[in-house]
Design a binder for this molecule. Structure first.
Ligand code: ATP
Length: 289
C-alpha cells in the first residue's frame, strides 16, 4: 500500500484555549513536536492534559488558538484526505454495511476499492462484510474502523484511544493487527493512549505530556526491534521503559492519579532505573518497521 503524501507532521507552538473569559480552559500550551514520515508516535499523559485536543488539531477538527500544525509543510486548516482518524467510539455509518463503510472513503474520492475485500479479510471481517454496525461486537466494530482508515490509504494515521473500550485479549490482538497493517504502509502514526504498555508496544517514540495545560514533558525512544509481538512485552528493555514512563506520569499527575496506575506496576519493583529519557527537543527517533 502506498500513499501520495510524505507523512511529515510539524507542530509549532500549538496552544488551544476553550471557552470565554469566564470559563477559560487552556488545554494545550505552546506545544512543539516533529513527527518524521513513517514514524509511530504514541502520546501518554494524565487525564484532561490535552491529548485529544492535540490530535484533533492535527486532524483539523479543532482550530488552534495560536501556533500551527503542518502536514508535509502545508498548514492544516481542516480535515484532509491525507489524514485519517480513528476515535475511541464507533463512528461507523449505522445505515451502511461493513463493506460499504470501508469502501465509502475511496468511493467518495473516486479511487479504486479493489483493496477493500483484502482489508476485510485481514481484519477477520469477511464473513461480516454484509452485516450492519449494530450486529458487530465492540472488537469487530473497531476492526472495521481500522479497515476504514486503511482503505483511505492516509499518509498520517491519527488514533485517539481506539482500543480503550476493548477487553484485554481483543486489545492485544488489535494492537498487533494495527502494527502489522501499519508496517505495510509508509504511513506516519500518531496514537493517543492511557495505557503505558500499549504506548511502548506500538511506538518508535513515546511522548509524555504534562498535566493541563498540556505540553511536551519528555520524549522517550523505544529501542525495541520490529516486528513486535506479545513477547516484546517481556523484554528487560520493555520493563525498564514502563517503569520510566510510569514514574514520569506519576510525577506529573500527582497523588490523585497514582491510584489509576497503581495496578499497572503491581508486583513489580517500582524503583526508577537509569534516566534514558531524552528531554523534548523536537528531534525525531528511528522509524524502522
Ligand atoms: N470542546 C471543549 N470545550 C471546552 N473544554 C474542552 C473542550 N474539549 C476539551 N475541553 C477541555 O480541555 C481539556 C483537555 O481535554 P482533552 O480531551 O484534550 O484531554 P485528554 O488528555 O484527551 O483527556 P482524557 O485523557 O481524559 O481523554 C479538558 O479540561 C477538557 O475538559
Amino acid at each position: 500500500m502506498t500513499t501520495d503524501f510524505g507523512g511529515r507532521v510539524d507542530i509549532e507552538s500549538l496552544s488551544k484555549v476553550y471557552g470565554g473569559e469566564e470559563e477559560r480552559v487552556v488545554a494545550v500550551d505552546g506545544l512543539d513536536l516533529e513527527i518524521d514520515p513513517g514514524e509511530f508516535l504514541t502520546v501518554l499523559g494524565p487525564s484532561g492534559c490535552g491529548k485529544s485536543t492535540l490530535l484533533d488539531c492535527v486532524a483539523g477538527h479543532v482550530e488552534p488558538t495560536s501556533g500551527r500544525v503542518l502536514a508535509d509543510g502545508e498548514p492544516v486548516s481542516g480535515p484532509g484526505p491525507e489524514r485519517g482518524v480513528v476515535f475511541q467510539e464507533n463512528r461507523l455509518f449505522p445505515w451502511k454495511t461493513v463493506r460499504e463503510n470501508v469502501a465509502f472513503g475511496p468511493e467518495m474520492c473516486d479511487r479504486p476499492t479493489d483493496h477493500v475485500a483484502d482489508l476485510l479479510d485481514r481484519m477477520g471481517l469477511s464473513t461480516f462484510a454484509d452485516s450492519y454496525p449494530n450486529q458487530l461486537s465492540g472488537g469487530m466494530a473497531q476492526r472495521a474502523e481500522l479497515a476504514r482508515l486503511l482503505a483511505n490509504e492516509p499518509s498520517i494515521m491519527l488514533m485517539d484511544e481506539p482500543f480503550s473500550a476493548l477487553d484485554a485479549m481483543t486489545k492485544g490482538r488489535m494492537q498487533l493487527e494495527l502494527l502489522s497493517a501499519w508496517r505495510e504502509t509508509d504511513a506516519t502514526a500518531l496514537f493517543v493512549t492511557h495505557d503505558v504498555e500499549e504506548a511502548i508496544l506500538l511506538a518508535d517514540r513515546v511522548v509524555v505530556m504534562t498535566a493541563r495545560p498540556g505540553t511536551v514533558k519528555t520524549v522517550v525512544d523505544v529501542p525495541l526491534s520490529r516486528p513486535r509481538d506479545h513477547d516484546s512485552r517481556t523484554s528487560e528493555t520493555f520493563t525498564e521503559l514502563k517503569r520510566e514512563l510510569l514514574a514520569s506520569i506519576h510525577g506529573e499527575a500527582g497523588a490523585e492519579f497514582d491510584a489509576e496506575f497503581e495496578t499497572a506496576v503491581e508486583g513489580e519493583d517500582r524503583t526508577v532505573t537509569g534516566d534514558r529519557t531524552a528531554e523534548s527537543d523536537g528531534s525525531a527517533g528511528g522509524t524502522s518497521r
